[in-house]
Design a protein around this ligand. Structure first.
Ligand code: SF4
Length: 491
């Protein structure tokens, strides 16, 4: 792995500068040091210089033996503005050195649409547009994407009331582990994980019942239910039945606006499991092929074929599921622009109500990174996502939610596209943190959003199933915070 040294001199902008360097050099190790360092190889310097002539930001680099430099004078002592200008200077030299212009400019944050909403409120639509393109160097098409998503999210955010909440149920088991996965998810095929399932289901049902009682006592109103993970449908049908029954007995599910189960892996979707979901009133499921290229599926460690994804989709349709999402990922190892385009075409032909397109993220804990496999670079990612936007836009889908993960290739986005009226409201509520999410299960995080205030508190459940089972009482004690929180805020 190539190591690029990043020197940070007389400023505290190391986090942003490192993220920006990673956009240009996703496969390199970026070694950040404060002050000057010794290095014969590639080196980048981000310096804030103050002397009698004033203040200036300077970005310079020696990359593959060539020198680059860019500097801007500063006449204001605003740290945020200094950081922005430093990023612009760095962006300029790295663009020159690599010939690659990242479409999101210097914007490295997780929620571009949330920033867009803030800017629209502050400067109006044209002002927000100009801020994105002129100050953050975001391309015209990504700025329009952020604006479209901001509009769609605003509509959903407005529909949430102060006493409303969503329920999240976490199932940290999957059939096998995908090579790009960084979640805590256990392959249910291993004897150790399989043994945990009965106890896990029992504790989960206990937690659901306790959280239901709390929500009832506090007079909270359920808006949406979401089963995620992991792969919830990797559990046996009778376990899913038990968990769904616990949810039904503890919450007023029929009055919630949406009930999603992320079935996820096509190889777990069976008539028996779908029947359980249908009987319990699940309104939306997700079937995630990720790609329709069998070789790429093998590369990422998935034990199913593209045809199985198509079959799972058709089976779900035949059993009456009329709101289905499909996930695709751009940038998987071994995938090409053409093959990704063909996956998008196949998904559109199947005609699900929504298609969520993720950009591959190189998470440190994933096998993809630890195994050193090669993946698509940023500019090819751009071509994939541009095709996707055009194709989905022309096929009647519109973007309704968006987020970015750290270390995503090319700093690209994940976008939920859907047909009119098929937005997953949970995705927006959760991502924009506009209402409370009560979460049950290992690895899940309860987010308490204060009514009428922009204040969030989090309660973390234990990450691993065995901890969740063995320290269950500790976790239940923590959940008392929900009552304390709402009592303090008096809904
Ligand atoms: S299906 Fe999702 S959670 Fe499960 S191993 Fe793959 S990426 Fe991880």
């Amino acid at each position: 792995m190539n190591v690029t040294l990043l020197e940070i001199i007389d400023n505290s902008f190391h986090y942003e500068m490192e993220n920006l360097c990673r956009v240009f050099f996703p496969h390199d190790e970026i070694k950040v040091i404060k002050g000057k360092g010794d290095c014969d190889g590639d080196k980048i310097t981000a310096a804030l210089v103050k002397n009698e002539d004033g203040t200036k930001v300077i970005a310079s680099a020696t990359l593959s033996g060539r020198e680059y430099s860019c500097e801007f004078p500063m006449d204001i002592e605003d740290e945020k503005e200094q950081e922005r200008l430093m990023a612009v200077a760095l962006f300029r030299i790295l663009t020159e050195a690599t010939g690659y212009t990242p479409a999101w400019g210097i914007l490295t944050g997780v929620r571009p649409s949330k920033l867009m909403i803030t800017l629209i409120n502050e400067y109006g639509r044209q002002g927000a547009y100009d801020y994105f393109t002129d100050k953050l160097l975001v391309s015209d098409s990504k700025t329009r994407l952020a604006m479209n998503v901001a509009d769609a999210e605003e509509r959903i955010i407005r529909s949430s009331s102060p006493a409303s909440f969503s329920l999240y149920i976490g199932i940290p088991f999957c059939p096998t582990r995908c090579s790009y996965c960084s979640f805590v998810s256990h392959s249910i095929e291993t004897p150790g994980a399989k043994r945990l399932v009965p106890d896990y289901v029992e504790k989960l049902c206990d937690e659901i019942s306790l959280i239901g009682e709390t929500a009832r006592d506090l007079g909270l109103k359920l808006e949406s239910v979401y089963f995620g993970g992991g792969t919830p449908t990797s559990l046996p049908a009778e376990s899913i039945d038990r968990i769904c029954s616990a949810v039904e007995n503890s919450f007023d599910v029929r009055s919630s606006r949406e009930y999603t189960v992320e079935a996820g892996r096509p190889d777990t979707i069976t008539t028996e499991r779908l029947d359980v979901l249908k009987r319990h009133g699940v309104t939306r499921i997700s079937i995630n092929p990720q790609t329709f290229n069998d070789d790429v599926l093998k590369n990422i460690g998935r034990a199913h074929s593209a045809q199985q994804a198509v079959d799972a989709y058709k089976l779900s349709r035949s059993m009456g599921f009329d709101n289905i999402n499909m996930d695709l990922i751009a940038g998987l190892p071994g995938d090409t622009v053409e093959s990704f385009m063909s996956s998008v075409d196949t998904a559109v032909e199947l005609d699900p109500e929504s298609i969520t397109v993720h950009s591959l993220a190189l998470k440190r804990s994933s096998r993809l990174v630890t195994g050193g496999e090669r993946v698509e670079d940023g500019s090819r990612m751009s071509r994939m996502l541009e095709y996707n936007s055009d194709k989905l836009g022309q096929s009647g889908y519109f973007p309704y939610y968006m987020y970015r993960q750290s270390r995503s290739l090319g700093n690209m986005e994940n976008v939920g596209w859907c047909r009119q009226g098929a937005e997953c409201i949970y995705n927006v509520f959760m991502m924009e943190e506009c209402h409370t999410v009560l979460a049950c299960g290992a690895g899940s995080v309860t987010k308490l959003r204060a009514p009428y205030e922009n204040h969030i508190e989090r309660i973390f459940n234990f990450k691993y199933p065995y901890e969740y089972i063995n320290r269950f009482q500790e976790l239940i004690d923590r959940k008392q915070l929900i009552r304390d929180f709402y009592t303090a805020y008096k809904i």
